[in-house]
Design a protein around this ligand. Structure first.
Ligand code: URA
Length: 293
C-alpha cells in the first residue's frame, strides 16, 4: 500500500534537510531515479543499455559546434566518466595550448567536453576582474552563487575577499580572479584528483596568458596544484614561492588561506592579513621598479 502517514512526513523532511546540509542542493535530472529497482533488473546488459537514455542530461549530448569527446568519455549516471584515462588530460593540454588569447581560451574551455563537471554545472566560471592586472588570484572551484552567475568569488567568500583586497587598496578593477576548476562540482564536493588534472592545463594557460607579476593562491588545493607541492597550506602560507608556466616563465606566488576557510575560522584572519600586507609590499616594490597597471 502506498499511503503516506503523518509520521513518515517528518522523516522525509529530515532527509531533505540532511541533503541540504550536506550540500546536495542541485537536481541532476527532473525525474527521481529508483536505483534499487534499476539494480534488480533481470538482464543487466539491458539495464545498462537503458540508463543513458533515461537520465542523460540535455547538455551532455555533443552539439554540432562542440568537438566530439573521446569515446571513453561518455557521461555516466552520477556525473562520472566511464573510463578515466590520460586522454582527457592530453586533450585539455592540446586545447589549452592552441589558445593564443584569453578569449580563445574561454572558447576552448566552453567547447571542451572532457570534464564531467561541465555536465552538472550551470555555467562555465572563467574569470572576473582585469586581465591586464599585475596580480592574479586563483581559488579552488566555483560554488553555488558562482555557478549561477558564471563569475568567480561572488558569494559570501567573495565578499570577504573583496574586503581583504580593499584593505590593501585593490578591487576587481585591479585584480584578475579565476579558479583551478572552472565548473562547480555538484553539491560543492571536493574535486577529484583526476578532475583537477584535466582542468590543470586550462588554468596554467590562463595564468600564462594573463601573465601577472604576482600570483596569489587561495587555499590548499590551489597552492598544491599551482605550486606543485604536497605541503599543507598552513605551512606554505606567508612564504613566497614560484609558479613556473609551461613556457618556463617564473611568477612570484604567495599562498594564502581561502576566504571560505576564514569565514569558518575567523581567528585565522590575522594570518591572511599578514599575507596580504606582504603582497602589498611586493607590489609596491614592483611599482618602484616599473609602473604597475
Ligand atoms: N571558492 C572558490 O574557490 N572559488 C570561487 O569562485 C568561490 C568560492
Amino acid at each position: 500500500m502506498n499511503i503516506r502517514t503523518e509520521t513518515e512526513t517528518p522523516g522525509l523532511r529530515e532527509l531533505l534537510a540532511f541533503y541540504a546540509e550536506a550540500g546536495v542542493d542541485a537536481a541532476l535530472v527532473d525525474e527521481p531515479i529508483n536505483h534499487l529497482a534499476a539494480r534488480s533488473a533481470v538482464d543487466p546488459q539491458e539495464a545498462v543499455a537503458q540508463r543513458p537514455a533515461a537520465i542523460e542530461p540535455e547538455r551532455a549530448r555533443p552539439t554540432a559546434a562542440a568537438p566530439a569527446a573521446p569515446r571513453n568519455n561518455q557521461f555516466q549516471p552520477g556525473g562520472t566518466v566511464a573510463v578515466p584515462d590520460e586522454a582527457q588530460i592530453a586533450l585539455a593540454r592540446q586545447r589549452a595550448a592552441t589558445a593564443a588569447t584569453l578569449d580563445e581560451l574561454r572558447d576552448q574551455m566552453a567547447a571542451f567536453d572532457g570534464c564531467n563537471l561541465k555536465f552538472t554545472a550551470k555555467n562555465l566560471v572563467f574569470a572576473d576582474g582585469n586581465p591586464e592586472a599585475d596580480i592574479m588570484l586563483v581559488g579552488e572551484a566555483p560554488g553555488r552563487d558562482e555557478d549561477l552567475e558564471g563569475l568567480p568569488f561572488v558569494g559570501r567568500s567573495g565578499q570577504l575577499l573583496d574586503r581583504i583586497l580593499a584593505a590593501i587598496g585593490l578591487d576587481r578593477g585591479s585584480v584578475y580572479i579565476a579558479n583551478v576548476i572552472p565548473w562547480r562540482p555538484p553539491g560543492n564536493r571536493t574535486p577529484t584528483p583526476h578532475e583537477t588534472e584535466i582542468c590543470r592545463p586550462f588554468i596554467e594557460r590562463q595564468i600564462e596568458l594573463a601573465n601577472p607579476r604576482v600570483l596569489v593562491t587561495l587555499g590548499g588545493p590551489s597552492a598544491k596544484t599551482l605550486l606543485n607541492t604536497t605541503e599543507g597550506v598552513m605551512r606554505l602560507r606567508g612564504n613566497w614561492k614560484t609558479h613556473v608556466t609551461s613556457s618556463g616563465i617564473s611568477i612570484p606566488a604567495m599562498p594564502t588561506l581561502h576566504p571560505a576557510y576564514l569565514l569558518r575560522n575567523p581567528a585565522h584572519k590575522k594570518f591572511a592579513w599578514r599575507d596580504f600586507l606582504e603582497i602589498k609590499v611586493r607590489l609596491d616594490q614592483l611599482r618602484e621598479q616599473a609602473p604597475l597597471s
